[in-house]
Design a protein around this ligand. Structure first.
Ligand code: CDP
Length: 227
């Protein structure tokens, strides 16, 4: 079967990464979590005290972009793929509420987006990549052979994310998670550069009443047709 690139976009916690990871496992594709890349840049800004409450030293962060090295690799301890920021596995740190509350501001900066998209192109150049995010079907891989746009209500998404965070031991209340999701939905959809919108040729799938396996089976059939 010919390898293709698969773009999965949608708001937070619509099931993008679960689906993308399963596709990658099943078909031996590379999974790229583009959101994790923006989260790492945000963590880097926080670590350098360039981002704190309303203070955001955008210029320093942009100047330091060449010092940010991102790599996806297997975390042997967790037997799961994780992102490495300058050689350090930061999977848990980037999922904190602090990072979640700041990431959409960082992701709205055009210079930062350009640097991330350059890397994402590099990851996808040999095909066989499944990438999830907000602008994958519109900006990163406008020629992706398969584009999906996942949707789901904010309440169900917040419940999913809340349970996921509980399992990982990341502290946050349901209300905080819901409010974060709503505010990121708004910022991500209304920003000037690469807003979250459905590509005209993307297939919209509501994940609310579909089981994970049902969704995977459906998507594997779509991939087979395109390969
Ligand atoms: O995990 P969740 O779906 O909540 O979000 P994520 O995929 O980790 O993305 C975190 C944030 O990064 C989003 O809310 C966007 O602000 C930004 N992002 C983006 O701008 N473009 C992408 N391709 C991926 C994420």
């Amino acid at each position: 079967m010919k390898k293709i690139n698969i773009a999965i976009d949608g708001t937070s916690s619509t099931g993008k990464s679960t689906l993308a990871k399963q596709i990658a496992n099943k078909l031996n594709y590379i999974y790229i979590d583009s959101g994790a890349m923006y989260r790492c840049v945000t963590l880097f800004a926080i670590q350098n005290n360039w981002l704190n409450g309303s203070h955001f030293d955008k210029e320093s962060l942009i100047e330091s972009l060449p010092d940010i090295h991102l790599k996806f690799a297997l975390n042997k301890e967790k037997n799961d793929q994780t992102i490495f920021l300058n050689g350090i596995a930061v999977e848990d740190e980037i999922r904190s509420m602090e990072v979640s509350n700041a990431v959409s501001r960082v992701a709205a900066v055009p210079e930062i987006r350009r640097a991330m998209v350059r890397l994402q192109h590099e990851f996808g150049k040999d095909k066989g990549v499944v990438m999830d995010g907000r602008d994958i079907g519109t900006v990163v891989f406008p020629n992706a052979e398969l584009k999906l746009f996942l949707t789901c209500s904010p309440e169900v998404r917040a419940q999913r994310r809340y349970e996921e965070m509980q399992q990982k031991g990341i502290s946050a209340s349901f209300e905080q998670v819901l409010s974060n999701i709503k505010s990121r939905d708004h910022l991500d959809s209304s920003r000037a550069d690469s807003p979250l919108i459905k590509a005209s040729d993307a297939l919209e799938i509501n994940t609310e009443n579909r089981s994970v396996n049902e969704l995977l089976d459906h998507v594997l059939k779509l991939i087979a047709k395109k390969s």
